[in-house]
Write a protein that binds this ligand. Structure first.
Ligand code: ADP
Length: 199
């Protein structure tokens, strides 16, 4: 079983993917988390992609596709929830082709919808644990102790790309490059829309 979760930044993809991991045993594969880890470890890939993440631009398809294919070569038989991938039509076609070669497919694509002003409100108040990646929100999901992760005691930080200017850039790119995936998955009868305001 393969699930694709997509939607604008801040729509709750990461939160929902974690729930699928906890409750249904899915492997949560987030390309964004993967890149942030590479950047934190200062690897050559991390250095290559850092400025794209800081500016809110998409990492070029060739780089992303190579990483996902390497991941799938090892993990193709698992139940996987893709969080933040694919993000362009080219990535989606490449994922379908790769899975087809392995007699697999994307079973469901969930689109989490959220209005722009709500996105900005949520992302400017989002905090993440620097240690375990748990996600908090100063408005509706506060940690018990200020700036400390409830789960592991790690320090909560604000993602560098969660400032208003970069958020607006990410939203623009979402509508330009990623929203065409709605029609792509709709045509394949795989698209299910979810109201992101409920979560
Ligand atoms: P969000 O959905 O909130 O923008 P992510 O963690 O999914 O956050 O992505 C953060 C950044 O990582 C993106 O702005 C982009 O620079 C990069 N990125 C993640 N996934 C992809 C992808 N599939 N294609 C290109 N760039 C990506």
């Amino acid at each position: 079983m393969k699930i694709v979760l997509f939607g604008p930044p801040g729509s709750g993809k990461g939160t929902q993917a974690e729930l699928l991991k906890e409750k249904e045993g899915f492997y949560h594969f987030s390309t964004g988390d993967f890149f942030r880890q590479e950047i934190a470890n200062q690897t050559s890939l991390g250095k290559k992609v850092q400025h794209y993440l800081e500016k809110g631009l998409l990492v070029p398809d060739e780089i992303v596709i190579e990483i996902v294919e390497a991941f799938l070569k090892e993990n193709c038989d698992k139940k996987i929830v893709f969080d933040g991938y694919p993000r362009t039509i080219r990535q989606a076609i490449s994922l379908d082709q790769f899975l087809e070669e392995k007699n697999q497919k994307v079973n469901f694509c969930f689109l989490i919808e959220l209005a722009e002003e709500e996105i900005i409100k949520r992302l400017t108040s989002r905090r993440v644990c620097e240690n375990c990646g748990a996600i908090y929100n100063l408005n509706f999901k506060k940690p018990k102790i200020e700036n400390i992760c409830d789960l592991c005691g790690g320090q909560l930080i604000q993602r560098k790309d969660d400032n208003e200017e970069v958020i607006r850039e990410r939203i623009t790119i979402y509508y330009k490059d990623t929203a065409p995936l709605i029609a792509y998955y709709e045509q394949k009868n795989k698209l299910y829309r979810i109201n992101g305001n409920l979560y």
